[in-house]
Design a protein around this ligand. Structure first.
Ligand code: CDP
Length: 225
């Protein structure tokens, strides 16, 4: 396929957006960008530096000191988030960050900072980006927009398993509460709330295997060429 397109994947927390995005980027030879990692890294910076994010001035100043970069790690076969030169990929997945990330991501200045970088990464097309506002705000002209969803209980199970493998002290209730809280804040915030773009295709993967969901989306892609 010589024509390169932009693929956006938006949806609720933990419904498999990054799994699908990675499958697609590998198959198509596209760049994969996990926009959520950027909001998580900014949140980590704010927490570490005791930034009062209710104070716009403090936020603006803090953002000036933040440099975000995705660095491919051949060992994990994954593009990992680096914050001011430090690999924070592992740290940003922690519940401590997840507890605060939706509050930080609701701040207008934070979004402007992240979105400008995301749009730059997509200038040459050939990109798959997942998040909450990618099809609506970041790339409103994307050729393929996917809105992902899955049953709540399934999403909680999937995220619990992921976190439990790293830290067996994690409880299923805190994972459930965190997903529900983030979905609520993300879809009710004033700036770029999570919502399905009018022209997005819905993918409910509650009962689909990774292989099935991949095949389904590849069918959608073939129709575009
Ligand atoms: O992996 P999961 O779906 O749980 O979340 P994520 O993609 O890592 O995103 C973490 C948080 O960042 C979300 O709950 C949103 O608050 C925020 N986010 C956003 O506001 N806009 C995006 N484009 C991506 C993430």
């Amino acid at each position: 396929m010589e024509k390169k397109i932009v693929i956006t994947i938006d949806g609720w927390s933990s419904c498999g957006k990054s799994t699908l995005a990675k499958q697609l980027s590998q198959k198509l030879g596209y760049l994969y960008v996990d926009s959520g990692a950027m909001y998580r890294a900014i949140t980590l910076y704010f927490l570490r530096n005791n930034i009062d994010w209710a104070d716009k001035k403090e936020v603006k100043n803090a953002l000036k000191s933040i440099s975000l970069e995705f660095v491919f790690n051949p060992k994990s076969n994954n593009s990992e988030m680096h914050l001011n030169g430090e690999n924070v990929e592992y740290l940003i997945r922690d519940l401590v960050v997840a507890e605060k990330v939706s509050d930080v991501a609701a701040i207008k200045e934070v979004r402007e900072f992240a979105v400008a970088q995301q749009q730059k990464m997509g200038e040459k097309k050939g990109i798959v980006m997942d998040g909450r506002d990618i099809g609506t705000v970041v790339f409103p002209k994307a050729e393929l927009k996917i809105f992902m969803t899955a049953d709540n209980a399934v999403r909680v199970q999937r995220r619990f398993k992921e976190l439990y493998e790293k830290n067996p002290n994690v409880g299923i209730d805190e994972v459930k509460n965190n997903l529900e809280m983030r979905d609520y804040i993300d879809s009710h915030r004033a700036v770029s709330p999570l919502q399905k773009a009018a022209d997005a295709l819905v993918l409910d993967n509650t009962e689909l295997t990774e292989d099935q969901q991949f095949k389904k989306v590849m069918e959608w892609i073939k129709k575009l060429f």
